[in-house]
Design a protein around this ligand. Sequence first.
Ligand code: PHE
Ligand code: ZN
Ligand code: ZN
Ligand code: ZN
Ligand code: CA
Length: 285
Amino acid sequence: APDISLANVRAHLSQLETIARQYGGSRTAASGGYAASVSYVEQKLKAAGFTTSRQTCTSCSGQSQNLIAEWPHGDANQVIMLGAHLDSVSAGPGINDNGSGSAAILETALTLAKTNPEIAKRVRFGWWADEESGMRGSRHYVNNLPSAERSKIKAYLNFDMIASSNWGHFVYDDVASIKAVFDEYFATLNVPTEGDSEGDGRSDHASFKSAGIPVGGLATGAGDIKSAAQQRKWGGTAGAAFDNCYHRACDTLSNLKDVPMDRNSDAIAYAVWKLAGAGTTTPPG
Ligand code: PHE
Ligand code: ZN
Ligand code: ZN
Ligand code: ZN
Ligand code: CA
């Protein structure tokens, strides 16, 4: 699988932070900052050759929109879907929560387009509206999928907060075979992981899991406190929250950590290439 450029991920995050600053300091669902975030991601995808679609979430604050993009290669009946919520809370710009997941899957999509590998399955990407008031965007998307479409989604991978300042490496443990793919990547780095429990039921994967779709994902921790054992495992500060700026105004690019951002971006690419059966050669034509 390709290396995902940390510099490019940081450039996306910088743009999201600028957008928040232009719109009163946040990118909350009903705001201009959210709409501008959707436009930013959409324009990057379009420039790379993706066909994108916006879905108005009628149950979301401000009727905010989900953004969906599918890479049009591979078996359309077998879909690997990646998702991240693109809204923030109103308190701040939401760069770790969840610019980090949003930028990582955006750069993964752009890298998929650029490398154009032979690929067995479809890869689809979703940027969700209004996660912060109850996972409304992803719920709306799943509720509006016909059951035949639901069953085509072989895995949904969620990324919400993946570059926390006092990070851990948590892998969703809902489905062992999906967790194993991420763990395999972290093993190559000699980085230990733990099953995620803080995020259980608390992000957009819950919408998919409720519909019987296999889910997985990564997280680096939110408001939970790092234990002494976790400090020995990953470094950082025991007795402090994984992200001291969780849902605060200080959730900015300067509070975001490059080490977990880079590892997790590369882990995402590894998992996508593996789960979607992507080769390393460019198909002719
Ligand atoms: N869904 C939570 C939020 O956006 C974030 C979260 C993710 C919390 C994972 C715990 C674990 O605020
Ligand atoms: Zn990298
Ligand atoms: Zn949040
Ligand atoms: Zn979040
Ligand atoms: Ca992780």
